[in-house]
Design a protein around this ligand. Structure first.
Ligand code: GCU
Length: 676
């Protein structure tokens, strides 16, 4: 059935002419040496080439014309003899080269480690899937970021927090006995995009995951993922020593607590010898943490990091913190973490959400990027679309992440992009990290919609190389997922590339943020102002009244802008340079304030809400035009979801215009339909 289960690894038969062109360069596979990872690399090539070219390449034992020779200098005497320039590629890089070997034309896929070979195998398959030539290859690639991770917000009862794709993939009930083949398909998909770590459980964690009952199950998953180069991590609850061992405290400086974590780490490594480490959400939205014991984030993180260090594990400590202190929520993470720069052990990574608030449709970059030169700072993106219309809204996140990565922090002069903080080239931390909050579940199509698969795909590609082009990624994914026909590729890529601006327009244009309905964040709620916490209320964020709208973060307001480098603060802080996209993030302006477009803020707001809905209508038309070119089952699902999206975009527009009009009291610009 065409239900999307195969993801981008479809391997359906290529056009006959194309397949005939590829076959001479894929006649056999020559694998010297055995390892679980080399075996899965070969199995993937067999499966992929078998599907795409209609003939599964047999194993060869000596070079023949058209053979694909896979291995490392250690596994393969043939590859060792070639003296390939592998050294600069690091542990996970690879070469894919067309060359002569003993007088035969072959394609060599080589790495310094088996997992590099696996990545190279997926690269070769991608070339065929996307219709690229493969007979004169000279490719070298390696990841720019060390830890490329998915964070699953999966509870142990299989509820996925902010998940719109069914239940958790991890069936704790049948683990460890039943190795659902789906776990292997999950690992294949991740390996194909270079993901090398997964956090199995929710950041709001349940300490039970650290007990032997669950560790046996965790081991089973780790064993399945290992050949694919994927390590398992766990979200650890900071007060686990109290909850599990009934210690009177979880104070990170208390010797009993330190010993408990040391022993716990030792125990975990007995189950999972290559365990990756802990992800910790501490003193955030009510979770326990070191501040409960009057210690700092650094004290807490270092204590856990010390327990993991003998085993090579890391602590990933989240910087998503805020509390009702009266300080602008935008500023709180920086206020708490910036003073701790240089105080974290070198196996601690501080994981920062891309923006200062919480995965809004568009956020300026968090001022923590660039602000902590003596700390490893990792990027946390949200793949699941909590604030972007859930699974039914077609929103490609690649463009949003590209915007985040290319933002210039200016902390070391021009070109100090967020990407360079994250890939480590600016400050050279010991570890680098890009993580995405996963959008997967047990839905047949994994992500809850066909197009949300693109966001999983893009996360891997941005983690591999934060400077990748969103358009290139969209095109690759489209070719692999929908087909190589330009009549398919061009409209789909165009749709994807415009989709993020569309959702920004119909939800939160001009720099508005956090207007979603309470709790579930489904649909609009800009009028809500009665929540117990000030900084949960949409009215706190838009600050609209009869006169104007926007959050003043200049020196006249919260002055959060002062957390940026002076050039960035000056640009965002000045009405003439801030730009429309971020206007209301940083300024409170009268409704009648005139933008560069010549229109008032009020008119522009209404037009953008309207434009957003029009954009969704245009996507529907584009998609309808693809009918007959795409298998009917997937086509119908996307078409139905776009219809839902149009309704909901209209709902957003109408609700927001009606509400904001109740504040501004201004008429709609001429020719614009009134809210329904
Ligand atoms: C958001 C989300 C929560 C999540 C939190 C986090 O606020 O709504 O469900 O727990 O982010 O990142 O910790």
């Amino acid at each position: 059935a065409e239900d999307g289960y195969e993801l981008w690894l479809r391997y359906h038969a290529a056009e006959p002419a194309a397949a005939a062109g590829y076959r001479p360069a894929a006649t056999a596979i020559l694998q010297q040496g055995d390892s679980p990872t080399l075996d899965v690399a070969r199995a993937e090539l067999e499966r992929g080439i078998g599907g795409l070219l209609g003939r599964t390449p047999p194993r060869a034992t000596a070079p023949i014309n058209g053979a694909i020779v896979i291995g490392t200098p250690a596994s393969s005497p043939l590859i060792a003899r070639l003296n390939l320039p592998l050294q600069p590629l690091g542990r996970e890089g690879y070469l894919v080269r067309s060359m002569a070997l003993d007088g035969r034309r072959v394609t060599v896929i080589a790495g310094n480690s088996d997992v590099g070979v696996l990545y190279g195998a997926f690269r070769l398959l991608r070339l065929i899937q996307t219709g690229q030539p493969i007979e004169r290859l000279n490719l070298a690639d390696s990841p720019h970021v060390e830890l490329r991770m998915l964070d699953h917000w999966d509870n142990l009862d299989r509820h996925v927090v902010r998940g719109y794709a069914g239940l958790s993939l991890w069936d704790w009930q049948t683990l460890p006995r039943f190795a659902d083949p789906r776990y292997t398909d999950y690992a294949r998909a991740n390996a194909s995009i270079g993901i090398n770590g997964v956090v199995l459980n929710n950041v709001n964690s349940n300490a039970d995951i650290l007990t032997p009952h669950f560790l046996e199950k965790v081991r089973a998953l780790a064993d399945i993922f290992r050949p694919y180069g994927i390590r398992v991590y766990l979200s650890a609850r900071f007060n686990a020593p109290m909850e599990l061992a009934h210690l009177p405290t979880a104070d990170p400086l208390d010797p009993r607590v330190r010993q408990w974590w040391r022993e716990k780490a030792d125990e975990i490594y007995r189950y999972v010898p290559d365990f990756g480490g802990f992800l910790v959400k501490a003193n955030s939205e009510g979770t326990p943490g070191p501040q409960d014991f009057h210690r700092t984030h650094a004290d807490g993180a270092n204590m856990m990091a010390q327990a993991l260090a003998p085993h090579g594990g890391v602590v990933i400590w989240r910087a998503f913190v805020y509390s009702d202190t009266g300080e602008d929520r935008f500023a709180q993470a920086y206020s708490e973490f910036h003073p701790l720069d240089g105080r974290f052990r070198d196996n601690v990574i501080v994981q920062v959400k891309n923006g200062p608030i919480d995965f809004q449709p568009r956020e300026p970059f968090s001022p923590l990027f660039g602000a902590m030169p003596r700390t490893a700072i990792g990027m946390e993106f949200q793949v699941t679309k909590e604030y972007l219309g859930f699974n039914t809204h077609l929103v490609y996140l690649g463009t949003m992440w590209e915007e985040a990565m290319r933002a210039d922090t200016r902390v070391r002069g021009e070109g100090s992009t967020v990407a360079r903080v994250v890939d480590g080239s600016l400050f050279r931390p010991r570890h680098t990290l890009v993580a995405g909050v996963a959008n997967t579940g047990n839905d047949r199509n994994w992500s809850g919609s066909q197009f949300d698969q693109a966001n999983w795909y893009a996360l891997g590609r941005f983690a591999w190389n934060p400077d990748v082009s969103a358009r290139d990624v969209a095109e690759e994914w489209t070719r692999m997922t929908w087909g190589n026909d330009p009549a398919i590729v061009t409209p789909i890529v165009a749709m994807m590339m415009g989709s993020h601006q569309a959702v920004v327009d119909y939800m939160t244009p001009l720099g508005l943020h956090h207007l979603m309905a309470t709790g579930h964040h489904y649909g609009p709620g800009p009028w809500v102002n009665d929540l117990e916490r000030r900084d949960w209320n949409p009215t706190y964020f838009h600050n609209g009244d009869r006169q104007g709208i926007g959050f003043d973060r200049t020196a006249r307001g919260s002055n959060a802008l002062a957390q940026y480098a002076p050039e960035v603060a000056a640009r965002f802080g000045n009405l003439s340079t801030v730009g429309d996209d971020y206007l209301l993030w940083f300024h409170h302006v009268p409704w009648t304030y005139r933008l560069d477009t010549g229109r008032t803020v009020w008119d522009e707001l209404v037009l953008r809400y309207t434009r957003g809905v029009d954009e969704v209508r245009a996507m529907r038309r584009t998609w309808a035009g693809l009918s007959g070119r795409i298998d009917p089952q997937r086509h119908a699902q996307v078409a139905a979801f776009l219809a839902i999206q149009e309704d909901e975009a209209q709902w957003w527009r109408d609700a927001c215009i009606a509400y904001f009009q109740s504040l501004s009291g201004l008429p709609l610009p001429a020719g614009v339909a009134p809210p329904a």
